[in-house]
Design a protein around this ligand. Sequence first.
Ligand code: EPS
Length: 399
Amino acid sequence: MTLRFLTAGESHGPELMVIVEGMPARVPIFLEEIDRDLARRQLGYGRGARSTKIERDHAEVVAGVVAGRTTGAPIGVRIVNRDFANQPAEPEPLTTPRPGHADLMGRVKYGLEDFRLVRERASARETAARCVAGAIAKHLLRPFGARVASFVVSVGPVEASIGTGPDWPGVLGEADLEALARRAEDDPLRCPDPFASERMRAEVDGARAAGETLGGVFCVVACGVPPGLGSYVMWDRKLDGRLAQALCSIHAIKGVQIGRAFRLAQLRGTEAQDPIVLDRGEVVRTSNHAGGLEAGVTNGQPIVILGAMKPLSSVRAPMSSVDFATGTPADPPYVRSDVCAVPAAAVVGEAMVAWILASAVVERFGADRLDIMLQAYRSVADAALPGAIGPVVEAEEIP
Ligand code: EPS
């Protein structure tokens, strides 16, 4: 059993589309929750007029869901681009590629001489469609007890101060991590530290004034994830690798860290592991340096994964490039863009992590129907070591 999704659509075309295939039947789908994730992705201090003022993303589910439940058929969803109506009939071709964007590679690969054609598909607008797939994945994860959330850790040089200091990914438990994500929900930069958020906003204002853009780091946490997802026996089934790929597939993401990986690299062996101890007959772990994954398999601890976003490549400030129409050095013409999209990337990160976890759930407990998947999950839970598996959610609403 496998789960997959495909997206189609151009940034300023009539609509984005997503097809989700492999979802079992009988999964309850809450349309307002899909729209809520779409709205969360659109927000964030530093986003431009397009996503905050023009678009009002709404998921129109056109296939695969009847009376609020999946039928097992492919799920088809449309998101209309309102900005399509504002497009000129004959736009000026763009002939100077922006360094860091897909422009030049679109010419190398597809021979597209008008870079507008490249950026239409390369645009991060596509991530709206991913959020739909991610929201549907969250619906499948919920009966298994798994939840996915996110928050922003840094914007440009400004870092949030989180929990107990820089080792927080390895020491904070589920409750603390989820509290951080809840606090971030009301912050304009999705940052749980209000003092850092204020400095981040000043940094965004400064970047905007200078015609610059900013990157940053976000954290996705997944709690209540069944242990045993993924595999240690084959490279392409290792879940840490798949999660890293999924996060790196998001526009402008250039790095991924599981737990506090780069800090662990500086420690000694005994300091970097999570001891296995018995507590009143239950197997428990006293830390989470591994970020919820050991040997490519979920271990029942919170999954903590960070994504590093480079500053966006559409800058107003001068950049060195070449005009392919004249063959002379030129500054790429500025095209309206965001100054900072780290809060949006965090929401897309949630979607991608939810997607990979849902795929792993389908691979491990897969059946054509959710109720049969849950039976498989319960039987595995019954056979597990006490404490070595999370609580089985009683999904009484699932027939
Ligand atoms: C994007 C450029 C901007 C962003 C867009 C991604 O769009 P425009 O060129 O129309 O101003 O706002 O993101 C969205 C519209 C969105 O919904 O995320 C780019 O070049 O990647």
